[in-house]
Design a protein. Structure first.
Lengths: 119, 189
């Protein structure tokens, strides 16, 4: 039977454009089948399409996606900056400790030398 | 980092890059691939556009925090699980209980790799053809119309007279049963 191999195979993820076109009913038969095949293969995609069909308009949906993506990028760059700041802060105390230890070693060395001289 | 530049990198490769250099920007590219799908999932359960949008943000936060703690192998299924659990929690807070419609039995993608492996086996096609006859009449009709004749959901509802929900369910259950039947026959062989 031709096409039987398609039943258990899974394809790559679809693009946002493809999804939007599916929602608007703008896909050719073959592409439409690809989207529905992914829906049948994946509960994630199926739930998503069913939810996306409930949005009042595709324009609003696109706006939400753009906003979410921008917020995500901002959030990740803030986290990165915080991480770098924390790194410098974290480095501060070990550095002070090393300087104090070195200073103590030096003082100890000077004192020992002084005693040796006196003898 | 521009998401389009990384279009050809798989999810698992992006995650590998992140685990290698711990640069959050990799997570950004990865998560942005799923923004629209997550928005759809949250909308399906919460049925409120603003609430769905806020939930996607929270799902992103949770995903970023969790990914920094441990390694994830099946990213897509994992992310779906996080989003679904988040929505279920919200609904529980809202209604005090989980609505019945959320107890669906649709498969997660965790088993996809096995299926791909199965599809590559030489004697698969004949086994599948034989197994198709073992499915219930409704499932067999829907599976054949959908996968072999490449009909759309809408066309299948028109041909069979089933509702859209029924068509989806027959296709999904038919596929799952077919997989079980084929695996059984492979073991016997």
């Amino acid at each position: 039977m031709a096409g039987t191999e398609n039943i258990l195979s899974n394809d790559e993820m679809m693009s946002n454009e493809q999804l939007l076109n599916y929602l608007q009913g703008n896909l050719a038969a073959e592409e439409l089948h690809e989207v529905e095949k992914q829906m049948a293969d994946s509960a994630f995609v199926n739930d998503a399409v069913e939810g996306l069909q409930n949005f009042s308009s595709n324009k609003k949906l696109e706006e939400y996606v753009a906003q979410l993506n921008t917020q995500l990028s901002q959030q990740l760059s803030t986290r990165k900056q915080q991480k770098e700041k924390r790194k410098i802060k974290d480095l501060h105390w070990p550095l002070v400790a090393v300087v104090i230890i070195l200073l103590l070693c030096f003082i100890a060395y000077v004192i020992i030398r002084m005693y040796q001289h006196n003898w | 980092m521009n998401s389009h530049t990384y279009k050809n990198i798989s999810d698992s490769d992006l995650l590998e890059h992140f685990y290698h250099d711990r640069n959050n920007q990799w997570l950004g590219i990865l998560l942005q691939r799923y923004t629209m799908l997550l928005l759809g999932v949250c909308m399906k359960y919460l049925k409120n556009e603003e609430e769905a949008k806020d939930s996607v943000q929270q799902v992103f936060l949770k995903a970023i925090t969790e990914l920094q703690k441990y390694r994830v192998d099946y990213f897509k299924s994992w992310l779906y699980m996080i989003a679904r659990n988040h929505c279920l929690m919200k609904l529980r807070d809202r209604q005090g209980k989980i609505p019945k419609e959320l107890h669906d039995n649709m498969p997660l993608e965790a088993s996809e790799t096995d299926m791909k492996g199965l599809a590559e086996k030489d004697n698969m096609l004949s086994l599948m053809e034989a197994s198709l006859d073992d499915l219930s009449e409704e499932q067999k009709t829907c599976v054949i119309l959908f996968y072999l004749q490449k009909k759309s959901y809408q066309e299948i509802t028109e041909i069979t007279g089933f509702t859209l929900m029924k068509v989806k369910s027959h296709i999904q259950n038919g596929k799952r049963n077919l997989k079980i039947l084929v695996e059984k026959k492979l073991k016997q062989a």
